[in-house]
Design a protein around this ligand. Structure first.
Ligand code: TYM
Length: 343
């Protein structure tokens, strides 16, 4: 079976962007592929964070994976730090990554802007190598993510190719290995709709966990009242009617797109339904559709979180499976890189 790997950082709360850009699309892949869904806690410490929140955010994120439809009889769900090979492989990959490749990463530039590059942590800088390790450790074929992660996956592809070239093939064979490629070259899977969910307060910036205003995002666990309130107050425009794909109306495109996905309708249907609507008519419709879509997820989340032992068991089994798969890659890497093995 081909493999799929993806993850979400346990920082703040999971929002509609994470859901529509990533998690929702994972669900459809579980039947066809061997899937591994990670709560990437090592990524979450690269920016200043609250130590009292990390553990809770980790189990919350895991519970939300399940509540959104990840089925552990098909998929492996686990915590990144529970499988030490992620960091181990990252170190090996770091030594094959030119500094210049990391300096080109847009997310690093954006995330280091606030404190300045000089003050950003080394962890934030090398973060793409850790993400690359998450993907390559399992010889992943596909990586379902939102648009903002595309560059990181391109980097993962380049690193995989470089390592294959530096250490694979004949050189590896001479060291007693199988020869050939050490890594598969992964491909991103970016959805048609939902790849870039925008902020509710600014249609030109993406919905994010780190935006200071909670009004800018819908969190998956927001109450009904809060959702109604956020939609009521979200930014709109003063054009007549509603339409997709008008560059002058980024908010309109964003809200219609969200409505389209959560209502499960086709784009043409939504176009027809909403073309003559005013914001006053559309907003309650959108809020209702969101509530209807998120309510069952929230109910399942409550059930799961009420049984911590169950969740721990799932995470432990997931880590066992991941460890087993990852061990193959680690053995090959150490061999191909010429390390002396413990006997
Ligand atoms: P993170 O935690 O920032 O986001 C998790 C997933 O949500 C997607 N996403 C969005 N999609 C659409 N619209 C938005 N506004 C939006 N905001 C976030 C992201 O694209 C992502 O798919 N480095 C990654 C996590 C990671 C990972 C991995 C992913 C670590 N290792 C290995 C795949 C494979 C990150 O910080 O995502």
């Amino acid at each position: 079976k081909k493999r799929v790997v993806s993850g979400v950082q346990p920082t703040g709360s999971v929002h509609l962007g994470n859901y529509l850009g990533a998690i929702k699309n994972w669900v459809a892949l579980q039947d066809t592929y061997e899937t591994l869904f990670i709560i990437v806690d090592h990524h979450a410490i690269t920016l200043p964070y609250d130590t009292r929140q990390l553990g809770k955010a980790t189990t919350d994120t895991a519970a939300l994976y399940l509540a959104c439809g990840i089925d552990v009889s098909k998929a492996s769900v686990f915590v990144q730090s529970h499988v030490p090979a992620h960091v181990e492989l990252m170190w090996l990959l770091c030594s094959s990554t030119p500094i210049g490749w990391l300096q080109k990463m847009i997310q690093f530039k954006e995330k280091s802007r606030k404190e300045g590059v000089e003050n950003a942590s080394v962890g934030l800088f090398t973060y793409p190598d850790l993400m690359t390790a998450d993907i390559l450790l399992y010889q992943s074929d596909f990586v379902p993510v939102g648009e903002d992660q595309k560059q990181h996956i391109e980097l993962a592809r380049e690193i995989a190719q470089r390592v294959n070239h530096l250490y694979g093939g004949k050189k590896w064979k001479k060291l007693g290995g199988r020869g050939g490629s050490l890594f598969k070259i992964p491909e991103p899977l970016i959805p048609q709709a939902g790849a870039r969910v925008m902020s509710l307060t600014d249609g030109l910036s993406k919905m994010s966990k780190s935006a200071p205003s909670d009004q800018s995002r819908i969190n998956l666990l927001d109450s009904k009242d809060l959702i109604v309130d956020k939609i009521k107050r979200c930014k709109t425009d003063s054009f007549a009617g509603l339409e997709f794909d008008n560059a002058e109306r980024p908010e309109c495109n964003n809200l219609l797109s969200i409505y389209q996905i959560v209502s499960g309708k086709k784009k043409e249907e939504v176009m027809e339904e909403c073309k003559d609507m005013s914001w006053g008519t559309f907003k309650p419709l959108l809020a209702d559709a969101l509530i209807e879509h998120l309510s069952p997820i929230q109910a399942r989340y409550q059930e799961i979180i009420a049984e911590p032992e169950y969740l721990d068991k799932i995470l432990s089994e997931g880590a066992d499976r991941a460890e087993e798969l990852g061990a193959v890659t680690m053995r090959n890497m150490y061999q191909a890189m010429g390390y002396y093995q413990r006997r």
